[in-house]
Design a protein around this ligand. Structure first.
Ligand code: SF4
Length: 297
């Protein structure tokens, strides 16, 4: 069994466990503010993942305090701007935020989640400057390469936009991480594998593989409750996941094998709420099947 996982990479590089600190940039999203759409991606609840509030320094202090008991005094951290589109603001707003985030010595990496259509020349120049100070990771939510699914998701950008963004980010030396969702409505396991294969060949350095969660209050939940699609069972998810990992080049770092659903709002699949059980099942299956990343390339 072999898969190139993030924790091992970070430990090898920094000699210790590296913790993520979820921070808020205050950015909105063009898919919500009317620029590209108003209702967002169909699965997005608009709440974003948990992040601290206040100044960036205060957010870092609060987020560190939450993990301090297990992290200890010598830990390293990733300043992680996760929710919404964190390059969707003018440079004079973003630059001080990001500089403040990477200033503390214990911050090892700046990680920025955004959309590929929010990476103009000025943003790229900023990311290049920041990357000279601390490593910059940029996360792109591709989710699928299939146009019909992307339209259903209301992703609101086409595949060539993603291709160009990866090319430009790689040209400035930034680490690129791409999100893929498995179990999207109407997609076969073969289509999921095609997306994974595409991401692996795109030049991306890392991937986050997620299970499709249906969250209460989203438009996706309405379709789910109307019986328009069903979510994956655990064994189906693991089977699809294995096939996807087998087509990823061994150099691609796997940041996630499943997502972190907001348990409180989770409508389906309910089995995904027990993350420990899911990860144990995935690791057990990988071992049983001698799953080797890249073996089906
Ligand atoms: S791009 Fe991200 S923040 Fe914006 S609507 Fe889609 S999932 Fe939500």
């Amino acid at each position: 069994m072999y898969w190139n996982n993030l924790n091992d990479n970070l430990k090898a590089q920094y000699g210790c466990k590296v913790y993520k600190l979820a921070l808020s940039s205050g950015c909105s999203c063009p898919n919500r503010d009317g620029t590209k759409g108003t209702r967002g991606c169909i699965f997005c609840d608009g709440a974003g993942a948990f992040a601290e509030s206040g100044s960036i320094s205060a957010q870092i202090a609060q987020a560190k305090a939450r993990v301090f008991a297990k992290a200890g005094a010598d830990a390293k951290y990733i300043a992680y701007f996760q929710s919404f589109t964190n390059t969707y603001a003018p440079i004079n707003v973003l630059e001080p935020l990001f500089l403040e985030a990477i200033a503390p010595q214990e911050i090892a990496v700046l990680s920025i989640a955004t959309r590929p259509d929010c990476l103009g020349a000025d943003i790229l120049a900023l990311l290049e400057r920041l990357n000279r100070v601390k490593p910059v990771w940029v996360e792109l939510g591709l989710q699928t390469i299939h146009p019909a699914t992307a339209a259903y998701l209301r992703r609101s950008y086409d595949l060539p936009v993603f291709d160009e963004a990866v090319k430009q980010l790689k040209a400035i030396g930034v680490t690129v991480i791409v999100h893929q969702i498995l179990g999207l409505p109407g997609e076969s396991p073969e289509q999921m594998v095609q997306t994974a294969r595409y991401i692996g060949a795109s030049g991306a350095d890392g991937i986050k593989l997620h299970l499709l969660h249906v969250l209460r209050g989203t438009d996706l939940a309405e379709d789910y409750l109307a019986g328009k699609f069903r979510t994956l069972e655990l064994d189906e998810y693991i089977a699809a996941l294995e096939q996807c990992v087998r087509v990823l080049p061994p150099r691609v770092v796997i940041h996630r094998l499943t997502g972190d659903g907001a348990k409180r709002d989770l409508l389906a699949p309910l089995w995904s709420g027990d993350k420990k059980r899911v990860l144990n099942a995935i690791h057990g299956a990988f071992l049983r099947d001698d799953m080797v990343q890249g073996s089906a390339l």
